[in-house]
Design a binder for this molecule. Structure first.
Ligand code: PLP
Length: 399
């Protein structure tokens, strides 16, 4: 019997999908389920996006497209990143992929040989570890617990970079914590990055339009433009425009990296389809009122979630200021029981919560922080308060 490659064995099925699937099954079986599990936007793209896709379909050439991305898409992305604060980029700095996930995988292939080190903070988006494992990289996880608001400190970064990792991967706003780094925090980390010239920097900032409380979106290159030579900014239309299934991710970075990604594209995907490209162009360059409205709505939802969590004795949750996640520390429950079921860790907590109250959350260990769980608050609005109340009840019933 032939054996599969070792790298497949290193890839784990997504813990998020495991809990989301269980929630779906329970729902199908007639249970009243509220799902805080999966991180998908709860809105559709604007009508102009569908109109652009329909129009493109009429003229679709049916041909392969550019490995780098169509000129119209690169133009639209360039304008988009300039509005965010990036400057001095041209098409030669850009490339495309089938979602940010595939872009990140491409970047790992482009930058990491087997045995090379990649450093990133925990809590981290689950896929980071899996991608590193698939390409055979060594991972240095920089633990940033709730006491430091889940944020990386300059001294932690300095110590990590002293090991000369090939790649430092950063995520702001954060999935799973919803944390957003302030201008000052980014500048302090950028100072450290500038001292360590041997490391590539990837900033996966796909939630950059979902920032609350007037903090704004900041990138290391805004503080230290010289980092531009080795920093890659990753973006996506998935969350900003309600288009997760359309699968368009983009990068802006050094020409050598954009060229490498484009070469990998020519072997992996060839191109993003024409119709999808037209939709992404419309999203990036059309009216931006939907992302703005959603940002306001998510901030309101964040307040509801935080008020509910703060009312639970012993539970603490650093206040999210972006994306659509909250990441409370629920370790106060460990060692207690619910309906006779002993809870010793986050996985058992989430299983018991789903079982007893029909609320699906993702265990924090999936993100490298086993004291917490992730709440994704994009469920139908009318389920938000009841879902949080069920979590409150669950805690009140612990013995
Ligand atoms: N990066 C982060 C931090 C994410 O949360 C996600 C999706 O959840 C992605 C990247 C992948 O996005 P895409 O849908 O563009 O592949």
């Amino acid at each position: 019997m032939p054996q599969l490659a070792k790298r497949v064995g290193r890839a784990k099925p997504s813990a998020i999908m495991v809990i989301a699937t269980k929630a779906k099954q329970l729902k199908a079986a007639g249970r009243d389920i509220i799902s805080f599990s999966i991180g998908v936007p709860n809105f559709l793209p604007g009508e102009h996006v569908y109109a652009a896709a329909r129009e493109a379909l009429k003229h679709d050439s049916g041909q392969y497209g550019s490995n780098r991305g169509a000129d119209a898409l690169l133009d639209a992305f360039l304008r988009h990143i300039e509005a965010l604060g990036f400057s001095g980029y041209s098409h030669a700095n850009l490339s495309v992929g089938i979602g940010a996930k595939q872009v990140l995988y491409n970047l790992a292939e482009a930058m990491l040989d087997e045995g090379d080190e990649i450093a990133f903070a925990a809590p981290y988006w689950t896929t980071y570890h899996d991608i590193a494992d698939i390409v055979g990289a060594k991972v240095n996880v920089l633990h940033c617990g709730p006491a430091q608001n889940y944020k990386l400190t300059p001294s932690q970064l300095d110590a990590a970079l002293a090991r000369k990792p090939k790649v430092f991967l950063f995520n702001n706003p954060s999935n799973p914590t919803g944390m957003v780094y302030t201008r000052e925090e980014i500048a302090a980390l950028a100072d450290v990055l500038a001292k360590h010239p041997d490391t590539w920097i990837i900033t996966d900032d796909i939630y950059n339009t979902m920032v609350f409380d007037g903090i704004g979106y900041h990138n290391f290159v805004f503080a230290k433009p010289e980092l531009k030579d080795r920093l890659v900014f990753v973006d996506s239309v998935s969350k900003t425009y309600g288009m997760p299934g359309w699968r368009v991710g983009l990068i802006a970075g050094p020409e050598s990296v954009a060229k490498a990604i484009t070469t990998l594209n020519s072997n992996h995907i060839t191109s993003v389809p024409e119709v999808i490209t037209a939709a992404a162009v419309a999203a990036l360059s059309g009216p931006q009122d939907i992302p703005h409205e959603k940002c306001v709505e998510f901030a309101r939802r964040r307040d509801i979630v935080m008020d509910g969590l703060n009312a639970i004795p012993g539970v603490s949750c650093p206040r999210p200021q972006g994306a659509f996640y909250a990441f409370p520390d629920i370790s106060v429950a460990f060692g207690k029981s619910h309906s006779g079921t002993k809870i010793t860790n986050d996985v058992e907590f989430c299983a018991a919560l789903l079982d007893a109250k029909g609320v699906a959350c993702v265990p924090g260990s999936a993100f490298g922080e086993p004291r917490a769980l992730r709440i994704s608050y994009t469920c139908p609005f009318e389920q938000l308060q009841p879902g949080i109340e069920r979590i409150q009840e669950f805690f009140a019933e612990l013995a």
